[in-house]
Design a protein around this ligand. Structure first.
Ligand SMILES: [Zn+2]
Length: 353
């Protein structure tokens, strides 16, 4: 067989193999078999040097043409195969976008948390700082420092949860424990008066505990916000103005407030604050028990004895304090008839807010 014939035969063979290659890997094998170091076409081209000079021109041209033709065929087939492989991958990995999505319910803030934040924001807007307290406290910070001596009724086992040592300590088991679940957040205020620089404009929100049986108007655990101001020249007028501002911000600008004298051990004078009923606007209706007013918080001027416990000079400084239950405010604001509904976790009820 002449070399030119051999080139013709190789041509037919190689182009057929290129066309038959079923995937990229098979095509690569064809390429190596023809154009690799030990490839058939490479060997053919290498043999060119041994030809007599008069044959070299024609055979060389034919061989080079064949190499170009095979390279072009390889490139074209490679493009074809890659496109086909990409199509196959796209259809294999395709996601059916017509399937309905899985809806995950989005949580929202509980009414109590939201209202707490709302009230904190009102006071933050007029310069108050938030202080944190612990839910387990000592009797000193809860009662003694707040002017409630050991014989004060609120200290009794009937009103407060004491943390009793069950290890066998006879005194602790007899109910003389000094550690309790805080019945109000006031202890945080005592800590703040001891630790912080004056003047103080602080707010103490958090959970508190009382030995009450849960009923429409009582809960054994609820959320309280207490406020305390200590500065020079603070008067009852400042207290009134601050709480009137607060009531209008939370209940609406048209609501009126009234202050009724009351007694608390840690304030003197003390008052309870009512806001005008939002349903009858003061005329008297079933929600307000016919009085036209709703009781919302307790307040008063800090008793000088309380200042004495924390080393603040009552001749220079004066202040006021107030406390309110968030659950109660929530019920008044949204006409919820029973405090327990706020804790039952019934989504049909909670979703309304
Ligand atoms: Zn009313």
């Amino acid at each position: 067989m002449s070399l030119v014939e051999e080139i013709g035969e190789q041509r037919g063979l190689l182009l057929a193999r290129v066309a038959e290659a079923a995937d990229s890997a098979a095509l690569e094998q064809v390429r190596v078999g023809a154009l690799g170091k030990k490839g058939s076409l490479t060997a053919l081209l290498r043999g060119m040097g041994q030809l007599p000079p008069e044959e070299r021109g024609a055979v060389g041209r034919a061989a080079n043409l064949l190499r170009d033709e095979v390279e072009a065929a390889l490139a074209a087939r490679r493009d074809e195969l890659q496109a086909a492989e990409l199509d196959a991958r796209i259809s294999a990995e395709a996601i059916d976008v017509t399937l309905p999505g899985r809806v995950r319910p989005i949580g929202t803030q509980h009414l109590i948390s939201r209202l707490t934040d709302e009230i904190v924001e009102v006071f933050r807007g007029i310069g108050y700082q938030v202080v944190d307290g612990t839910e387990v406290e000592t009797a000193y910070y809860n009662f003694d420092a707040l002017n409630a001596p050991p014989d004060h009724p609120s200290r009794s086992l009937q009103d407060t949860f004491y943390v009793v040592d069950r290890s066998g300590d006879a005194a602790a088991m007899a109910g003389e424990s000094d550690v309790l679940l805080r019945p109000q957040t006031s202890a945080a205020q005592v800590h703040a008066m001891e630790e912080r620089e004056l003047p103080l404009y602080i707010l103490a929100p958090g959970r508190v505990y009382r030995r009450d049986v849960a009923d429409p108007t009582h809960l054994p655990q609820f959320t309280q916000i207490e406020g305390l101001v200590v500065d020079e020249g603070i008067t009852f007028g400042d207290l009134k103005g601050t709480l009137e501002y607060f009531c209008r911000q939370v209940f609406g600008p048209e609501r009126r407030t009234r202050f009724r004298p009351h007694f608390f051990p840690f304030t003197e004078p003390s008052a309870e604050v009512d806001v005008s009923c939002g349903i009858c606007d003061g005329a008297g209706c079933r929600s307000c028990g016919g009085t036209g007013w709703l009781e919302i918080l307790g307040c008063g001027m800090v008793d000088p004895n309380v200042f004495g416990h924390v080393g603040i000079d009552p001749e220079t400084y004066s202040g006021f304090a107030f406390g309110l239950g968030i659950e109660r405010i929530a019920c008044l604001k949204y006409n919820v008839p029973d405090l327990r509904m706020l804790l039952e976790g019934d989504m049909r009820f909670l979703r309304q807010f």
